[in-house]
Ligand binder design. Structure first.
Ligand SMILES: N[C@@H](CCC(=O)N[C@@H](CS)C(=O)NCC(=O)O)C(=O)O
Length: 202
C-alpha cells in the first residue's frame, strides 16, 4: 500500500490515524497541513483530496479517505489489525466516541485555548458534557482492559486520542482512575508515541 496522511500536530482526529499506523508499523508519508491558512488557500494537493476540507485525510493507493473513525475502520479491515473493523462492540464504541467524548473534549480544549471564539454558554455546556462522558468511560473501563475486551481495537484508538491532552483543559486525570490506567496500557503498546511526537511538524 502507498499511503499519504495529511494531518496537523494539534489535531487529535489526525493523531488517531497516525497512531494506528504507528502501532501497526505501517510506513507512510506524512504531510502537515497548516490549518490557520484559510481553507481556499490551503495547498492544492490537500484541497483535491479533502472532501470536507479537514484533516485527517489518508490517501491509500491514490484514493482519498476522510473522517477519522471511518479511516480507522477501513484500515482495520484492510490489515486485520485492531479488531478488524467489523465487530459490533467496536462499532458501538466508535459511534459513542464520535458523538460524545470526541465532541465534548476537543471542543472544550479549543475554547479553553481561544475563549474569545466560544459562543455564549458553550464552555459551561461542554465542560458538563465532557465530565459526564469521562465518568461514563471511567465506569466502563473499571472492569476490563480495553473498550471491547482484552485486546486493543480501533475503538480504543478513537476514544483515547484527545485524552492525552486532558491537562490542556485543566482536568486532572486522577479524577478518572480507570481511564488513567487504560491510557497507561495504550502508552505501553509497541509503537505508541504521544500526539506531539507523532505529528511533530506543524
Ligand atoms: N469528524 C472529523 C473531524 C475532523 C476535524 O474536525 N478536523 C479539524 C482538525 S481537528 C480540521 O481539519 N479543522 C480545520 C478546518 O475545519 O478548516 C474526523 O473525525 O475526522
Amino acid at each position: 500500500m502507498n499511503l499519504t496522511l495529511y494531518g496537523n500536530r494539534e489535531s487529535g482526529h489526525a493523531y488517531k490515524v497516525k497512531l494506528f499506523l504507528a502501532l501497526a508499523g505501517i510506513a507512510h508519508r506524512y504531510v502537515p497541513v497548516d490549518l490557520e491558512t484559510p481553507r481556499a488557500e490551503r495547498p492544492a494537493d490537500f484541497r483535491a483530496v479533502a472532501k470536507f476540507g479537514e484533516v485527517p485525510v489518508l490517501v491509500i493507493d491514490g484514493t482519498p479517505h476522510v473522517q477519522s473513525d471511518a479511516i480507522l475502520l477501513h484500515l482495520a479491515r484492510l490489515t486485520g489489525r485492531f479488531g478488524g473493523g467489523t465487530d459490533a462492540r467496536v462499532l458501538e464504541w466508535h459511534f459513542w466516541a464520535a458523538n460524545r467524548i470526541n465532541l465534548s473534549v476537543p471542543n472544550l480544549r479549543f475554547y479553553r485555548r481561544y475563549p474569545a471564539e466560544a459562543p455564549a454558554g458553550a464552555v459551561a455546556w461542554l465542560d458538563e458534557r465532557a465530565r459526564l462522558d469521562l465518568a461514563r468511560l471511567d465506569e466502563e473501563l473499571s472492569d476490563r482492559t480495553f473498550l471491547a475486551g482484552d485486546d486493543p481495537t480501533t475503538a480504543d484508538i478513537a476514544a483515547c486520542a484527545y485524552l492525552f491532552w486532558l491537562d490542556q483543559i485543566g482536568y486532572d486525570i486522577a479524577h478518572w482512575p480507570a481511564i488513567g490506567a487504560w491510557l497507561d496500557r495504550i502508552r505501553a503498546l509497541p509503537g505508541w508515541a504521544a500526539p506531539y511526537e507523532l505529528q511533530a511538524a506543524s
